[in-house]
Write a protein that binds this ligand. Structure first.
Ligand SMILES: Nc1ncnc2c1ncn2[C@@H]1O[C@H](COP(=O)(O)OP(=O)(O)OP(=O)(O)O)[C@@H](O)[C@H]1O
Ligand code: SF4
Ligand SMILES: [Mg+2]
Length: 336
C-alpha cells in the first residue's frame, strides 16, 4: 500500500471549492448538515481523493461541484470555481462547465446504463447530442474511445448490450461516456466499489493514466487501500467536514488526525493478521451535530474541551492541514 507519488501542483487549480456548506431541509423543518466548511483544490494532472466513511458527505460534495444537488439541498456558504469562474448562482457557467469542462462518474452509474441499447450506441449518443456528429462518425468515435479505456476488441464489444459484458467492462463504458466530452476535470464517485479486487486494479490504472495525461481527477472512496493506490492528495472527511488533508504519501503513512489514524488502523492488513481495529460507534446524527469536535464521541484522545470547542483546519506545514485541538501533541506522539 504505497501511496502514489505526489506531484508538485504548480499550475493554477482547475477546480476550487472554498468553504462549502450544504444542508438538506425537509418539509417538516428538519435540517441535515451534510457538508460544512469544505475546501479543496484540483490541479491539472492531479488526483485528489476524498476519503471517508459512509455518510461523511463525499457524494454531496461531488454533486455540489457538478451543480447536480437534489432540490431539497441548499448551498448555504462557499464558492465553487472552475478555471477561476465562479459557478454558484451562475446557471449558464455551471451548464457550460458540466457540458464541456467537467464530467462525473456517478456512484450508482453501473445501473444507469440503458439495458436495451448497445453500449457503443450509448457512447455514440454523447457525441451526437453534445458534438452534433452524424451516426457513422459518432459510432467510430465511440469505438475509438472504447479502445482508449482498454476494452479489448472494441468493434465487436460496441455491439454488445450491457448484460453481455462484465462489471469491469461496464464500468469502462461508463468512464468512456464521461470522457466523451474530453473534460478537464473528472469526478468519480466510488467507481470501483462494485467491482472485485482484480477488476478494480485495472480501473484504477485507467484513472491514474488519465491523471498522468493532465486531467484533474476528484476521486471519491471510503477505501483506504484504493486511496493509497491512486491519490496524489487526500482530503479526509468525517461527518461533512474535513478532518485532515495533505499529500497522500504523508497523510496515509503518518496521519496527523486521530480520525485518520483510526481509519488506517481499521484496515485489514495482510502482514498483520487479526490486527484490524474497527472504529467504535458511528457518525453523529447530521441533524443534531455535536457542538464541539465532531469526532469527540469516538475519539480515544478526547478531552473535556473537545466536547465544547469545534476545532478548525489549521496548517501544520504549508501543504498539510488537520482539525484537532490536540494536533500539536499528536505530531510528537504515536498514540493510535
Ligand atoms: N437527499 C438527501 N436528503 C437528506 N439528507 C441527505 C440526502 N442525501 C444525502 N443526505 C445526507 O447527507 C450526508 C452525506 O451524504 P453523502 O451521500 O454525501 O455521503 P457519502 O459520504 O457519499 O456516503 P456513502 O459512502 O455511503 O456514499 C448524510 O448524512 C446523508 O444522510
Ligand atoms: S479535537 Fe479532541 S476529540 Fe477531536 S479529534 Fe482532536 S483529540 Fe479527538
Ligand atoms: Mg456517496
Amino acid at each position: 500500500m504505497t501511496p502514489a507519488f505526489a506531484r508538485p501542483a504548480t499550475a493554477p487549480a482547475l477546480l476550487e471549492v472554498d468553504n462549502l456548506a450544504v444542508e438538506f431541509r425537509s418539509r417538516g423543518g428538519r435540517r441535515v448538515h451534510a457538508v460544512e466548511a469544505l475546501s479543496l483544490n484540483v490541479h491539472p494532472g492531479e488526483c485528489v481523493v476524498v476519503l471517508g466513511e459512509s455518510g461523511s458527505g463525499k457524494s454531496v460534495t461531488a454533486k455540489a461541484a457538478m451543480g447536480l444537488l437534489e432540490p431539497t439541498a441548499h448551498i448555504t456558504a462557499g464558492t465553487i470555481r472552475l478555471s477561476g469562474v465562479d459557478l454558484l448562482g451562475n446557471g449558464p457557467a455551471m451548464r457550460q462547465a458540466r457540458g464541456e469542462q467537467m464530467a462525473m462518474v456517478f456512484q450508482d452509474s453501473l445501473s444507469a446504463l440503458n439495458p436495451v441499447q448497445r453500449v457503443g450506441a450509448q457512447i455514440a449518443e454523447m457525441f451526437r447530442v453534445h458534438r452534433g456528429l452524424g451516426r457513422r462518425e459518432a459510432w467510430a468515435r465511440a469505438v475509438d474511445l472504447m479502445r482508449d479505456v482498454a476494452i479489448p476488441d472494441p468493434e465487436r464489444r460496441a455491439r454488445d448490450y450491457p448484460h453481455q459484458i462484465s462489471g469491469g467492462m461496464r464500468q469502462r463504458i461508463v468512464i468512456a461516456m464521461a470522457l466523451s466530452l474530453d473534460p478537464q476535470v473528472l469526478i468519480a464517485d466510488e467507481p470501483t466499489t462494485a467491482l472485485d479486487v482484480t477488476v478494480q486494479s485495472g480501473i484504477l490504472q485507467l484513472f491514474r493514466r488519465l491523471a498522468d495525461s493532465g486531467t484533474g481527477l476528484l476521486f471519491i472512496t471510503h477505501d483506504v487501500g484504493v486511496a493509497a493506490e491512486i491519490a496524489d492528495h487526500v482530503v479526509v472527511m468525517y461527518a461533512g467536514s474535513v478532518m485532515e488533508s495533505g499529500p497522500a504519501r504523508d497523510v496515509l503513512t503518518s496521519p496527523n488526525h486521530p480520525y485518520t489514524r483510526a481509519l488506517l488502523a481499521s484496515v485489514p492488513r495482510i502482514d498483520q493478521a487479526g490486527a484490524r481495529t474497527p472504529i467504535p460507534g458511528g457518525l453523529p446524527d447530521p441533524a443534531h451535530r455535536p457542538t464541539g469536535c465532531l469526532f469527540a464521541p469516538r475519539c480515544p484522545l478526547a478531552q473535556p474541551e473537545c466536547r465544547n470547542t469545534r476545532p478548525v483546519l489549521e496548517h501544520q506545514t504549508p501543504d498539510r492541514q488537520a482539525a484537532c485541538l490536540r494536533v500539536e501533541e499528536l505530531l510528537h506522539v504515536d498514540v493510535i
